[in-house]
Write a protein that binds this ligand. Sequence first.
Ligand code: FAD
Ligand code: UQ1
Length: 442
Amino acid sequence: MLLQRAPRSTLRNGSGLFKSLFHSTPSARAQLDHTHQFVVVGGGAGGLAVGSWIRRKYGENSLAIIEPADTHYYQPMFTLVGGGAKKMDATARPMASLMPPDAKWVRSSVTEFRPDENYVVTADGQRVGYEYLVVALGLEVKYDGIKGLQPLLEDPQSMVSTNYSPLYASKTFQNIQRFTGGNAIFTMPPLPVKCPGAPQKIMYLAEDYWRKHGVRDETTVTYNTALGVIFGVKKYANSLLKVVEERDIKLNFQRKCVEITKNEAIFENTQEGTIETYKYDFLHASPPQGPLAMMKGQPISDEIGWVDVDKTTLQHRRYPNVFGIGDCTNVPTSKTAAAVAAESAILKTNIAAVVKGLNPSALYDGYTSCPLITGYGKTILAEFDFNANPLETFPFDQGKERRSMYHLKKDVMPELYWEGLLKGLWGGPAIARKIMHLGTRE
Ligand code: FAD
Ligand code: UQ1
């Protein structure tokens, strides 16, 4: 049914913002298929976290979530799947089981944002109107960013895999198991990368596996990273450099993987401006990543295609009724589910303020976290802020490899994700951190 856009009677709380938006946009009389107080774009970590909270706070019929996928994946577990410590089944749940009750699920992709008229357009042609929009559509893994990668991933016989896709993370473990020695290469693309520790975590698991299975002596393990550092936070970088040295891993900086053939991986040495070819017998690829192609040129995007939000309030810089969360935004922090959790706490406060006609007051500090698995039973829990300063939850030195942090990652985090974050109940560890550091620091 075609309806007129949001009738004024549905504009809640007498928000001055929306009265003025309504009056200032004569072109807003577009024919809409349906209109909601809140529309969330994306049913991933950020979309479900904020959507679940919206549904609880603003009640029935307040919310539509636009999401094309039938399955939701807990992506942080892909590393453990690749390392054989979890099964792929454990990462996946039907989207229908995770949608907040009574939320309207629009099973399509957004193809166009019309923020001046407060609606979005979907791939199946619906125009969905909103009063408030939350954009949480993640990022794109660009498999075609490395020439030759896609067909090798698809070939079950090849020794090439990636944990960046639910289609290939299990293949990583199959390849680790059938590897009989030789050159094992792990690649890291230029930033942005979701969970920038993931390309090396799988290397430490594989190395540990080969050591335990008598293959390590016949193997050269190489980490070729496009970056100039092993990790962006000095404290954890120092710990990782020690791990790399102790485990006899070859570490090459400024090496960008550009092509993979049946037996060789080709890297651009970005420092020297030369091309280097490495023979491989096992290869774990981490493809380049960036904004979804459809985001380029959208009115809510910056020049690259990221959703253009204020990095502290997460409110859109030009459209005050639009908010962004997670991997799709230009917030300058490492793109992780941990960041999504902390951002969701900020958004809850700021959306509630804006709905009441107030200014957003909660400020994001850039909190993000990367549980750096360094072997079966060992993890360095990196947590840090916008300035790459550690922001640790626990009252012990998290720069050390610890069994407890491995169990936190493997056994506690999944529950925190499914039962806490996705239900809008977990807003990151800021409160726990303050309690644990009572009397010691902030
Ligand atoms: P996503 O969870 O990716 O969700 C985006 C959603 O938007 C998807 O459901 C998608 O289908 C949907 N969508 C896409 N296009 C459209 C469209 N046009 N219209 C509507 N919907 C659309 N994080 C950690 O905190 N710790 C870790 O240890 C960790 N390890 C990781 C390891 C790997 C291998 C990977 C791949 C990720 C890891 N992450 C980790 C990162 C974490 O998974 C992401 O940062 C997090 O999922 C981001 O949430 P999001 O909501 O922004 O995006
Ligand atoms: C976190 O909140 C989170 O999201 C649920 C993750 O993703 C799975 C994480 O990896 C981490 C480390 C956190 C932070 C939580 C704690 C308790 C330190």
